[in-house]
Design a protein around this ligand. Structure first.
Ligand SMILES: Cc1cc2nc3c(=O)[nH]c(=O)nc-3n(C[C@H](O)[C@H](O)[C@H](O)COP(=O)(O)OP(=O)(O)OC[C@H]3O[C@@H](n4cnc5c(N)ncnc54)[C@H](O)[C@@H]3O)c2cc1C
Length: 462
């Protein structure tokens, strides 16, 4: 059986699977490394609880990498285990994105895609919002005391309250309630909104517990994939392969399959199919965690309010990550430093090396110090001295890695894919997930990756 084969039923993969299989003439198969339940009703209830982040040491639904980096490994991918925060990037990010990859990625072009995806249960249809898309979006009506206290402190410190963080160009600074992909008190990730509603289509097959290890080639045309399922090994042929394995695994899969920096591939004994800057650039949002004494609260979604300030986002988390302590996160949303992903071994069982480049550049350290000062002012606490060592001691990741297979013109030596996600110089291969975003995004990437997947799917069905 040929047709389109999607690798990964994560945030992007679910959107692609639903949109592409809407055409009954197209056969769509999805291979997902983690569990795929036969029906939504069979998904464990805990995974639908938005107050529960299933990423702890015992979690069986995550990929783990050094540096406390995790990714979802289940139907819905990272979007099935994340904080449900659904903020679209500001217009300025799409100015940069379209400068790198063409007008298709301008704010004017993607805003209708965003509106088409969402059903904003608070604001309804309007210039900024849709009310008939598959993704329900709402804000907490009854925030936890820690969130209420944060909002009050922001107001007392002179910051503006923004009623809708997904409004206008997204340039306004201030604090407000986080738009969340929650409906009826349950997490509504991409498997819920896209994959399961399409699952009964006869032309869509989704297979779980199946890890794609390598792409198969005829010259520079992809003709299928090689996979493992427990002790079983096999291959699947396809006319077209779409990688939706995420910013870590899509890049690793390309590298293992011979698309990447020549020297790196040769050193690992991997035959080069096409030289490309896979993994040569990536970006993420470093976060400084400021802990302060606090009482435990009732279970709530991790983040109900945020303070948005130019390139910073302040996050008053509702869970207690350490008993007796609360945490205010200060995230740098537009770092100048870049990271790098490299393969350490040709085997799929060896995770790649990921260097996020956190704190490498002085403007990033200065911006985070400013953010810590603002946090200290809001909390009414004295912190520091906030030097580089202090920043490093309080550093963590926002789990927002992107950009390992950048989008751009064929003449752009930093680009791996074109504006439609097609891998330069290769036939039949598309990458459509967070790995192809060519610029840092100033918001959490869940809304962006769903916009991206929907836009690429729309192009593919034309
Ligand atoms: C704990 C956590 C919390 C987060 N919170 C938020 C938030 O609240 N808001 C926000 O905006 N962003 C958040 N993010 C980030 C956001 O969820 C992700 O960036 C986004 O979901 C990435 O989408 P993706 O489609 O690129 O990859 P994923 O959603 O990660 O999907 C990749 C899929 O491919 C599968 N896969 C990988 N390799 C293979 C292979 N070789 N063979 C078969 N299948 C494979 C994986 O199992 C997975 O299902 C969070 C991330 C994490 C990890």
């Amino acid at each position: 059986m040929a047709g389109t084969l999607i690798v990964g039923a994560g945030s992007a993969g679910c959107v692609l699977a639903a949109r592409l299989s809407a055409d009954p003439a197209r056969t769509v198969r999805v291979l997902e490394a983690g569990p795929v339940w036969p029906a939504l009703s069979a998904m464990p209830a805990a995974l639908r609880d938005p107050a529960h982040l299933p990423v702890g040491p015992d979690s069986e639904v995550v990929w783990r990498y050094p540096g406390n980096l995790v990714r979802g490994r289940l139907a819905g991918g990272s979007g099935a285990i994340n904080g449900s925060y659904f903020l679209r990037p500001p217009a300025a990010d799409f100015v940069a994105w379209s400068a790198a990859a063409g007008r298709r990625w301008s704010f004017d072009a993607v805003l209708p895609v965003f509106r088409g995806l969402e059903n904003d249960l608070d604001f309804g249809a309007g210039p900024d919002h849709g009310d008939s898309g598959p993704v329900p979006v709402s804000r907490t009506a009854d925030p936890a005391p820690v969130s209420v206290a944060f909002a009050a402190r922001c107001a007392a410190a002179g910051f503006t309250e923004l009623t809708d963080l997904n409004a206008g160009s997204g340039a306004a600074e201030g604090f407000g309630r986080v738009p969340l992909t929650i409906s009826g008190g349950r997490r509504a990730g991409p498997a819920v909104t896209h994959l399961y509603p399409a699952a009964a289509r006869p032309n869509l097959t989704v297979t779980g517990e199946t890890t794609v290890t390598r792409l198969l080639w005829r010259g520079t045309r992809v003709v299928g994939v090689e996979w493992t399922r427990g002790a079983e090994r096999g291959t699947s042929r396809a006319d077209q392969v779409v990688l939706c394995a995420g910013a870590v695994e899509s890049a690793a899969l390309l590298l293992r399959s011979g698309i990447g920096p020549e020297a790196q591939l040769r050193a690992l004994g991997i035959p080069v199919v096409r030289p490309a800057p896979v993994g040569a650039w990536c970006t993420d949002h470093p976060e400084i965690g400021i802990e302060y004494p606090g009482e435990p609260g009732r279970p709530a979604v991790a983040l109900e309010y945020v303070l948005e300030l130019a390139d910073l986002e302040l996050r008053p988390y509702t869970p207690q990550f350490t008993a007796g302590l609360r945490r205010l996160g200060v995230a740098l949303m537009h770092p100048v430093a870049a990271g790098e992903l490299t393969l350490r071994a040709p085997e799929a069982s060896v995770p790649p090396h990921i260097d996020q480049g956190y704190l490498r550049r002085s403007p990033d350290r200065a911006a985070l110090r400013d953010g810590v000062d603002i946090a200290a002012q809001i909390l009414g606490r004295r912190l520091g001295p906030v030097d580089e060592a202090w920043l490093r001691a309080h550093l963590s990741t926002s789990q927002h890695l992107s950009g390992t297979c950048r989008m751009g013109a064929a003449t752009d030596e930093r680009a791996v894919v074109d504006e439609y996600g097609r891998v330069h110089g290769i036939d039949g291969l598309v990458v459509a997930d967070l790995s192809i975003v060519p610029v840092p995004l100033r918001r959490g990437p869940q809304a962006a990756v769903m916009i991206l997947a929907a836009a690429i799917a729309d192009y593919m069905v034309v």
